[in-house]
Ligand binder design. Structure first.
Ligand SMILES: Nc1ncnc2c1ncn2[C@@H]1O[C@H](COP(=O)(O)OP(=O)(O)O)[C@@H](O)[C@H]1O
Ligand SMILES: CC(=O)OP(=O)(O)O
Ligand SMILES: [Mg+2]
Length: 406
């Protein structure tokens, strides 16, 4: 058994998963929230792999606990494994895989963490101020907790290294852009990679024959045009702010709006940053960052919530059209992540009216719930519309193991 611990450190949370890579099954997972705040909360779930004939439920343990920093989060995680299992002595990780959001133009592949790699991740903080500092803090804390195993950084940007220059170049002064590394990098690459391969498997066709549009709709959201298994266009840019409407992020906006607000509403740089990253998206429009709450508000007649949903879907439809043009042909449109896998209304509204382009969602299939990959288009639809659950942790574990085994 090859067990890998996967860590996804955010600025105020840490997610972890202990995974048996060969079985493709998590043994345990957890989430430590509100790191650095007075009241935190930790959840630890012990998974019981479902064997034929048995339907064992997972065990989840929740505690309210103040967690001052990432070191404390790791200490808490180790306690949770000791108390609730599975025992790390019986399942020692052979590697720790870390999600790192921004790898710039430097990291193309999963990379064993060294002092040099840590310095590079730190140096890339200017290009991802919300994400990379937390990712690095998680790596440093994990090295302290697991000093004897290799640590592997897996970058959100790596899958998008195949973008052609025409897709990643912003039309601004090229010398200024080069000096400050201003270009589009793209994110959620681990998910787009995993999901595009899983979709090909579901369709029973080699990924290198397929052209597809993957819609990763979670808290952050991005679209990716995948041709022959390679990312050729994606909606996030230099940072994870560009593109689709998200939980709290605006996505695309005329940059002159910022200039205008700075002039007439006195917004400074930090206030502008907070507006676009934390107070916009469906939260800014409809009062809810969580899609479940937004859908519920809309269903109970809240017009602002309904408009937020319409804007969210309208933006997705625009990207689907644009990416169809870039790809020249679309074999599949694939929904994934929390919203994409669960919110049938978002899938329905996003693809409404595309029948003329061979995209026909079957309303009944779309409404049906499920946790496996499934087709939601009609049998007659020229383009297959799929829901494919993402599993970034398994993909990170696989990539970390491959590096360590190599
Ligand atoms: N049953 C559901 N219906 C609608 N939205 C859902 C459902 N379950 C989860 N979501 C939404 O998925 C989003 C979180 O997605 P997720 O992929 O877990 O995000 P992240 O990993 O980026 O934190 C939230 O907006 C949440 O409301
Ligand atoms: C890059 C990014 O947006 O990540 P997340 O969706 O986890 O916020
Ligand atoms: Mg996610």
């Amino acid at each position: 058994m090859s067990v890998v611990l996967v860590v996804n450190s955010g600025s105020s949370s840490m997610k972890y998963q202990l995974t048996d890579v060969e079985a493709g099954e998590p043994l345990a997972s957890g989430l430590i929230e509100r790191i650095g705040q007075a009241e935190g909360r930790a959840t630890h779930t012990v998974r019981h792999p479902s064997s034929p004939g048995s339907d064992a439920a997972d065990d989840t343990f929740r505690v309210d606990v103040a967690v001052p920093d990432h070191d404390a989060a790791f200490a808490h995680m180790l306690d949770a494994f000791a108390e609730h299992g599975p025992s790390l002595d019986d399942h020692p990780p052979v590697a720790v895989g870390h999600r790192v959001v921004q790898g710039g133009a430097r990291f193309f592949e999963p990379t064993v963490v060294t002092d040099r790699v840590k310095r590079d991740i730190e140096e890339l903080e200017v290009l991802a101020p919300l994400h990379n500092p937390a990712n690095l803090a998680g790596i440093v804390a994990a090295e302290r907790a697991f000093p004897d195993v290799p640590h592997v950084a897996v970058f959100d940007t790596a899958f998008h290294q195949t973008l052609p220059p025409a897709a990643y170049t912003y039309a601004i002064d090229r010398e200024l852009a080069a000096e400050h590394r201003v270009r589009r990098y793209g994110f959620h690459g681990t998910s787009h990679r995993f999901v595009s391969r899983a979709a090909a498997e579901f369709l029973g066709r080699p990924v290198d024959e397929l052209r597809m549009i993957v819609l990763h709709l979670g808290n952050g959201a991005s679209a990716c045009a995948v041709s022959g298994g390679r990312s050729v266009e994606t909606s996030m840019g230099m940072t994870p702010l560009e593109g689709l409407v998200m939980g709290t992020r605006s996505g695309d906006i005329d940059p002159a709006v910022l200039l205008h607000l700075q002039r007439v509403a006195g917004l400074d740089t930090d206030a502008t940053d907070r507006l676009l990253n934390s107070r916009s998206g469906i939260l800014g429009l409809g009062g809810h960052a969580d899609m479940r709450d937004l859908v519920q508000a809309s269903e109970s007649g809240d017009d602002a919530a309904t408009l937020a949903l319409e804007v969210y879907a309208h933006r997705i439809r625009s990207y689907v059209g644009a990416y169809a043009a870039q790809l020249g042909r679309v074999d599949a449109i694939v929904f994934t992540a929390g919203v994409g896998e669960n919110a049938s209304i978002v899938r329905e509204w996003s693809l409404a009216g595309l029948e003329g382009f061979g995209v026909e969602v079957d309303p009944e299939r779309n409404r049906r719930r499920g946790s496996d990959a499934r087709r939601i288009s009609t049998d007659a639809s020229k383009v297959a519309v799929l829901v494919v659950p993402t599993n970034e942790e398994l993909e990170i574990a696989r990539q970390a193991l491959a590096v360590v085994d190599a």
